[in-house]
Design a protein around this ligand. Structure first.
Ligand code: COA
Length: 167
């Protein structure tokens, strides 16, 4: 299995949005409602927004290609704390989960952050997303705090913030 990690390109936008839907439909039913899944996918993966983020140097979009096919992606953005970034998205094709791709992406982003003088990676994960919680613990994240964020349309993100010190 040949894995290649590289930046997401503007030509990848449709494939990223399509993979996001596949992963979300596999991961989130039972955790959030279908209405919230549809709302959040539209809010976060519409083409203009993805293209705008790709054009923003402080936002890192990375993809993992497995045997030439898009298998996973991640995006990372700065927080208000110097030296800290948030792993805002990390999604692996359900058929490719639990084979180390998520860990590879986390390592890739961590190395880049360290090389640029950063020290901490954080993320938000739904409190009931047991598989992701297990993955993040395995990859060195610990609990920082619990948050509830109103995202509009009566939807709430009921999350844990996790953190990982680098280096
Ligand atoms: C969470 C996610 C990014 C992890 O990436 P991954 O490539 O599957 O994970 P890795 O292979 O690097 O690490 C494997 C670990 O993740 C956890 N894990 C991943 N999939 C799992 C599953 N189906 N069941 C149980 N644990 C699972 C386990 O801790 C596993 O370690 P183990 O195999 O030694 O028990 C990926 O599974 C995913 O996209 N999940 C669905 C979407 C999601 O929840 N994304 C995170 C949003 S915050």
């Amino acid at each position: 299995m040949i894995v290649e990690i590289s930046p997401v390109a503007t030509t990848d936008v449709d494939a990223v949005a399509a993979l996001a839907r596949v992963v979300w439909q596999d991961a989130y039913p039972g955790i959030i409602t279908q209405a919230q899944i549809d709302f959040m996918l539209e809010q976060r993966y519409n083409a203009p927004r993805l293209l705008q983020e790709l054009a923003t140097p402080d936002i890192w979009w990375d993809k993992a290609m497995l045997d030439g096919q898009l298998a996973a992606f991640a995006s990372t953005l700065p927080t208000a704390t110097p030296g800290e970034m948030k792993l805002d998205k990390i999604y692996v094709d359900p058929a490719r989960q639990r084979h180390g791709l998520g860990g590879r992406l986390i390592a890739h982003v961590s190395a880049r952050l360290l090389a640029r003088g950063g020290h901490t990676l954080i993320l938000a994960v739904n409190k009931r997303n047991e598989r992701a919680l297990a993955a993040y613990r395995k990859h060195g994240f610990t609990l920082r705090e619990a948050v509830r964020v109103d995202i509009g349309n009566d939807f709430v993100m009921d999350d844990f913030i996790m953190e990982k010190s680098l280096g």
